[in-house]
Ligand binder design. Structure first.
Ligand SMILES: [Zn+2]
Length: 547
């Protein structure tokens, strides 16, 4: 299958291409230098051409997401998603439901329909990895993988207590391989375990988790060290302690300092960038966080922007959802995942007229607009926590169009915005090149996906073509063409093909000596046998680890 996309304005920041008129040649799923003259050609004159979108942090497949679907039957009723009209020779398309947590097939269709071709689920308990793989099998088009929750893992905490750092790194490698995951995820390190044991206070970096040797700081150091020692393509992906709490910026900056000088990714920064003003009132601390990141090139993050409207908050951070349930009275799910982590879900609505929602919205935008390096602070809404991935086009408009942003700002509750950078006025408008960085090139680089996020020869032929429009929200919501691994999946704005995507996972090397103690641990404490725990077969091959 060869294809040519001719004469578009190409945005390919990795290769220094910034809106130049160029032809793109595609053969066998890759970008190539030339194609034969008879090749099918899309005339992209006047259109904007970018690599396919790469979502570094979303929740789309697995036990938590599926539980959220079960918690929200009213959404299934309100948002039916009829099957798309694919071409005749395509396998049967599937209907589903939309809302804040779409069904698997609908998730794949909708991401592709937005021009996104790679997605990571950011939080999977290894015990439930099979379900995540099964759901990804049913999520067409996008290449996908997930991050494995380790920050409250019982065996890891025991190894830290015993001072066995090398064994802890081996165990992290074993867990990644057993689950078929891509990266190490840390959620509220130690805090979920403390909450499961009955603690209800805040968790600071040196709060002991049972033993004084086991602290959030020690867990962060161990897992950031593991990602580096194992040469994983992505840094440890960290959701800090005290998410959503006024004054939590202290914890966030302490966590960044705790791993100073080492590569670390801090996720949904917006939820971790709150100060506490007079009488504990919330205020924006986006400036402090942005300044720290600007000055520390090893640190990266994604924003976790809040968008007004319906959301579903779902996380391994059970204590957060407990508080949210208490404060909103909305329905709630809590699950303890034995020996590994927690899980909580609460539906939520962000309202323009609610002071805290307005502050959260402003904090996210400030993080984008104050960050000096778009390669290191990339776009997410922590779908569906801050808002649906379907709201990315609207978010892009807020970043690119100051007049529109100011108009929206004028309509939100200003009570907690005094002194915030956004209320003071930020002139910055993202360029198309910067949008291409925060939605494609940046996340691909942070994830170590060298063949994604760019359009150089040899790259995966994941390409999105947009009509150039004044309203960029409309432009980014309705790509004219989307190519996935060389296959034209969207044509003339319609989804026409739905091939399976690839699974993205790693299988790092480790010293097998760690397995003997681990086997005893399973025998003593787990309801699952050691032999039955690992995922057996996965599609494709694991990603190579750089030597
Ligand atoms: Zn998340």
């Amino acid at each position: 299958m060869t294809l040519c996309i001719a004469n578009g304005f190409v945005y390919d920041p990795v290769n220094g291409v910034n809106g130049d008129v160029k032809d793109l040649c595609i053969d066998e799923g890759r970008i190539v230098a030339t194609v034969p003259p008879a090749t099918r050609t899309i005339d992209a004159r006047g259109m904007v051409v970018m690599p396919g979108g790469v979502d570094i942090h979303s929740h789309v497949a697995g036990a938590t997401v599926n539980l959220a679907r079960r918690l929200l039957p009213e959404e299934h009723d309100a948002h039916p998603a009829p099957r798309p009209e694919l071409l005749e020779d395509e396998p049967l398309a599937r209907s589903g439901t939309g809302g804040t947590v779409p069904t698997t097939f609908t998730t794949g269709y909708r991401y592709a329909g937005l021009g996104y071709t790679t997605v990571f689920d950011a939080a999977v308990a290894p015990l439930t990895a099979r379900l995540s793989h099964a759901e990804l099998d049913d999520t067409p088009i996008v290449d996908a993988g997930f991050f494995v929750l380790m920050g409250n893992d019982d065996y890891l905490l025991r190894l830290i207590d015993a001072g066995e750092t090398a064994a802890a790194h081996d165990y992290a490698a074993w867990l990644l391989g057993a689950a078929g995951g891509y990266a190490i995820k840390v959620v509220n390190p130690g805090g979920i375990e403390l909450w499961k044991r009955g603690s209800r206070g805040p968790t600071e970096l040196d709060t002991p988790v049972g033993s004084s040797r086991v602290t959030p700081r020690a867990i962060l150091e161990t897992l950031v060290g593991a990602a580096s020692h194992l040469r994983l393509p992505h840094a440890a992906h960290i959701h800090c302690n005290n998410l959503g709490v006024a004054g939590n910026v202290t914890t966030t900056l302490d966590s960044m300092r705790a791993v100073d000088g080492r590569r670390a990714h801090f996720t949904h920064l917006q939820f971790h960038s709150y100060g506490a003003g007079a009488e504990g009132r919330w205020r924006s601390a986006a400036r402090e966080v942005a300044e720290y990141i600007n000055a520390h090139p090893q640190v990266s993050g994604d924003v976790g922007q809040v968008m007004f409207g319906a959301a579903a908050t779902l996380t391994a951070d059970g204590p957060v959802e407990y508080l949210l349930h208490k404060s909103t009275g909305r329905k709630w799910v809590n699950v303890d995942v034995e020996l590994e982590t927690g899980c909580g879900i609460v539906p939520y609505t962000y309202k323009e007229k609610a002071a805290i929602s307005a502050l959260q919205w402003a904090v996210g935008l400030e993080l984008f607009l104050l960050s000096a390096d778009p390669w290191r602070v990339v776009l997410s809404t922590d779908h569906p926590n801050g808002g649906s991935f379907m709201s990315y086009p609207e978010l892009i408009r807020l970043l690119m169009d100051r007049a529109y942003r100011d108009e929206q700002l004028a309509g939100v509750n200003p009570k907690l915005l005094a002194g915030s950078a956004l209320a003071d006025g930020i002139a910055r408008e993202y360029s198309l090149e910067e949008i291409a960085i925060v939605t494609r090139a940046g996340p691909a680089r942070l994830l170590g996906l060298s063949s994604k996020g760019h359009l150089g020869v040899g790259a995966d032929a994941d390409v999105t073509v947009y009509d150039k429009r004044d309203n960029v929200a409309e432009m980014f919501a309705t790509p004219r063409y989307v190519v996935k691994a060389g296959t034209l999946v969207v044509e003339e704005g319609q989804l026409r093909r739905a091939p399976a995507g690839q699974r993205l996972y790693v299988r790092p090397q480790f010293d097998r000596a760690v397995e003997s103690g681990l086997r005893r641990h399973f025998d003593q404490y787990s309801t699952v046998a050691f032999e039955h725990y690992p995922v057996r077969t996965l599609p494709g091959a694991p990603r190579a680890i750089a030597g």
